[in-house]
Structures are given as structure tokens and as C-alpha cells.
Design a protein around this ligand. Structure first.
Ligand SMILES: Cc1cc2nc3c(=O)[nH]c(=O)nc-3n(C[C@H](O)[C@H](O)[C@H](O)COP(=O)(O)OP(=O)(O)OC[C@H]3O[C@@H](n4cnc5c(N)ncnc54)[C@H](O)[C@@H]3O)c2cc1C
Length: 121
């Protein structure tokens, strides 16, 4: 009886083909988005995501504020700003495709000092 869990585990591991072309560690949004893109790009490859919890998105990804950031705080034209703008568009497209509700409610950004006006422009 005492040996049962390990032999059961052994059987399951043997029953699964554990050869993959790409293994991504971590089932948060970064790992899952990477996996999605890899599946789209390398259609004939075997891809796996390893997650240490018993479900995906158990850490930051499942506990964030749910804001689709516009990239407004990043330096205009910077890689971060471009990545954020492209990512926001991709997120909206993904939500539409998978019928996930979202709300583009806008954001009010104000200058609190005269010196911030040029940046705001
Ligand atoms: C309070 C808060 C609010 C936020 N609000 C927003 C927001 O409104 N909008 C926004 O865009 N971003 C927001 N963020 C940031 C955003 O949530 C994170 O940038 C994002 O979720 C990070 O994703 P990740 O996949 O890198 O990390 P995680 O979601 O933490 O995923 C990492 C995964 O890897 C797994 N893992 C770790 N080590 C191993 C291992 N050795 N083997 C297997 N699996 C492993 C973990 O279990 C976890 O599931 C917020 C963050 C916080 C903390």
C-alpha cells in the first residue's frame, strides 16, 4: 500500500510521450502567450507548458487589476511603448475572438503642474 503512489506515478509518466520540441516553464500570461504564439508559428512542433501549481494563472496573472494598459506612461516611440500598444491591441483582438467581455472605458490623464503640459501634449 505504501508503495502505491510512486508506482502509480511511474505508470502515468511512462504512458505519456514526454518528448517535446519546446517546453515553456510557467503557466502565467507570459508563458501561455508565448505558448500560443509558438503553436501558431510552429504548427508541426510538440509544445508543452509546465506549471507547478494545479491550475494556470494562480499567481500574478490571476490576481491583477485587469487593466489593459495603453502604454501612455512609456517614452513615446520606445520599445516598451510600442510593445504595450501592440499588446493592448492583441489583447482586445483575443478577447473579441474568444468572446471574453472587456470594456474600453478610457482614462482621464491630467497635468497637475504647468511643466507637465508639454509632456501631456
Ligand atoms: C497587484 C497587481 C496588479 C496588477 N495589475 C495589472 C493590470 O491591471 N494590468 C496588467 O497588464 N498587468 C498588471 N499586473 C502585472 C501582471 O499581472 C504581471 O506582469 C503578469 O501577470 C506576469 O505574468 P507572468 O506570466 O510573468 O507571471 P505569473 O503570473 O506569476 O506566472 C508565473 C507562473 O510560473 C509558475 N512557476 C514558477 N516557477 C515555476 C517552476 N519552477 N516550474 C513550473 N512553474 C513555475 C508559477 O506558478 C506561475 O503560474 C499586476 C500585478 C500585480 C502584482
Amino acid at each position: 500500500m505504501g508503495k502505491q503512489p510512486s508506482s502509480l506515478c511511474h505508470c502515468i509518466i511512462n504512458a505519456v510521450d514526454l518528448k517535446f520540441d519546446l517546453v515553456i516553464i510557467g503557466g502565467g500570461i507570459v508563458g501561455l502567450a508565448t505558448a500560443l504564439e509558438a503553436v501558431r508559428t510552429f504548427r508541426d512542433r510538440r509544445i508543452a507548458v509546465l506549471e507547478k501549481e494545479n491550475a494556470i494563472a494562480r499567481h500574478q496573472t490571476g490576481h491583477n487589476s485587469g487593466v489593459i494598459h495603453s502604454g501612455i506612461y512609456y517614452k513615446p516611440g520606445s520599445l516598451k511603448a510600442k510593445n504595450c500598444v501592440a499588446g493592448a491591441a492583441a489583447m482586445v483582438e483575443f478577447c473579441r475572438e474568444h468572446k471574453i467581455p472587456f470594456d474600453i472605458c478610457g482614462k482621464v490623464v491630467v497635468a497637475t503642474a504647468e511643466s507637465e503640459l508639454s509632456g501631456l501634449q
